[in-house]
Design a protein around this ligand. Structure first.
Ligand code: ZN
Length: 437
């Protein structure tokens, strides 16, 4: 944790006070400037620190021998998926601006969420004193409150309540995260409930075929979203929760299995592992690169408080539902955590059983061999330490560029998203309880 804070402080020292005003232009120059050392020191390095230390609630570190190359591919992912807000954290706004910006953001978020009544309530908290670093909340145009299909994105114009227009107005350090005022003004005289009924009959609201889940039908717990220096946003429960309670549906775009591997090859592990989740038994995965929900801010833990099950959704692709594995209370700081990397465990055990490296020495042996890997910093007693080992056939070539390693992923590695669901079984949920189907 300490290490992440230091990195963020370093990044802060590298950038101008208004650096975020031209972040978009800078990212457009990534290709032409990828060998320009001053661009790398002053732009690529600080910007990527701002974003990559916050993945998985800051408990996971991606170790790459080609550090510059891996930062560039990750920044391209941010650019191509309109996630620039991740880069505007290296300044602390005044408390008055935070209040003003939050009031607008909150009213727009509330308006949007009232139309999706099943989605649990999320309170957003900001730090009170200037700590140098400040994370902007995610763009409201990226937040989805139920999974969507590729067909909906391709015909986005037919689904205005899923894809409202972005505003160019900025908030929180110049982040572009608000809805276009037309969206609100067009609808301001209509209550969301009225709007919902109206749009349901005209099919504007329907999107993908789903059961009409209502408030408290499946989920009824509320959550807090708060930020920590160098770690980014994290989600916790607002109240004590018993074990085995369904908490929220994971949202994103349902895509073919192959989309996950293609993201890995193009944008690297940071992008692919934090964005794709397998929907077992369907040949599909959930893509959370551009569209997602607040469950994207659930941190990784090797000893997690929550698991994931498949649940009936009303269409052929079941929902990925997060539920409590243990009671969530003061003892675990009401932390919501998931073991994102359990699907890689068998391979890692096999890898180290061949090399005779004891636990505790594993990361050093990978550093020494120059092999890219994912290091866990969850700090739990059962921490596995090494969560993933590069699956490139060229991984032992220390000086090889990241992009080249990524283009040689071993054919036996079938990545279709992180394997979170505990089985292929599809549960039914009624009044916040799992029912055997
Ligand atoms: Zn761990």
């Amino acid at each position: 944790m300490y290490c992440n804070e230091k990195l963020a402080e370093f990044a802060l020292s590298k950038v101008e006070a208004d650096y975020f005003s031209n972040v978009e232009e800078q990212l457009q120059k990534l290709d032409e400037n990828c060998t320009n050392s001053s661009f790398i020191i002053n732009v690529v390095d600080p910007l990527s620190i701002a974003a990559e230390t916050t993945l998985f609630g800051g408990t996971v570190k991606f170790v790459n021998s080609d550090t510059v190359g891996s930062k560039i591919v990750y920044l391209k992912h941010i650019r191509d998926n309109r996630q620039h807000f991740l880069l505007s954290s290296l300044r602390f706004p005044s408390s008055e601006t935070i209040d003003i910006d939050h009031n607008i953001y909150k009213s727009q978020l509330d308006y949007r969420m009232q139309m999706f009544e099943e989605y649990p309530f999320v309170n957003i908290f900001y730090p009170e004193e200037d700590r140098g670093i400040f994370y902007s909340p995610p763009p409201l145009t990226s937040i989805m409150c139920q999974p969507i299909s590729e067909e909906m994105i391709n015909n986005w114009f037919d689904y205005p309540y899923f894809f409202p227009e972005n505003s160019r107005d900025t908030s929180f350090n110049g982040a572009v995260i608000l809805l276009h005022s037309d969206f609100i003004e067009d609808n301001i005289n209509k209550q969301p409930i009225y709007l919902k009924q109206y749009t349901e009959t005209t099919h504007l609201f329907m999107g993908m075929k789903r059961h009409a889940f209502t408030y408290n039908n499946r989920f009824g717990k509320s959550f807090d979203l708060y930020q920590e220096d160098g770690l980014g946003w994290r989600l916790s429960a607002s109240e004590d929760i018993e074990a085995n309670v369904p908490l929220m549906v994971m949202c994103g775009v349902i895509r073919p299995f192959t989309a996950a591997l293609s993201c890995l090859k193009t944008y690297g592990e940071q992008a692919a592992f934090s964005s794709f989740i397998e929907i077992p038994g369907t040949g599909r995965c959930l893509d959370r690169s551009e569209f997602y929900d607040f469950s994207k801010y659930i941190q990784h833990s090797c000893n997690p408080t929550c698991g994931v099950r498949l649940a009936e959704s009303g269409n052929e692709f079941p929902d990925l539902v997060i539920y409590s594995l243990v009671p969530i209370n003061d003892e675990n700081s009401r932390e919501i955590s998931i073991d994102y990397f359990k699907g890689f465990k068998d391979y890692i055990d096999k890898y180290f059983s061949k090399t005779n490296v004891v636990k505790g020495e594993r990361k050093f042996s990978l550093y020494n061999d120059g092999i890219d890997f994912v290091l866990c910093q969850c700090g739990g007693g059962e921490c596995r330490e090494v969560l993933y080992i590069d699956r490139s056939t060229e991984r032992k070539i220390f000086s090889l560029e990241k992009q080249k390693k990524l283009s040689h992923i071993h054919p036996s590695f079938k990545f279709g998203g992180m394997e979170l669901a505990e089985s292929n079984k599809v549960w039914k949920i009624e009044f916040m309880k799992f029912i055997d189907n």
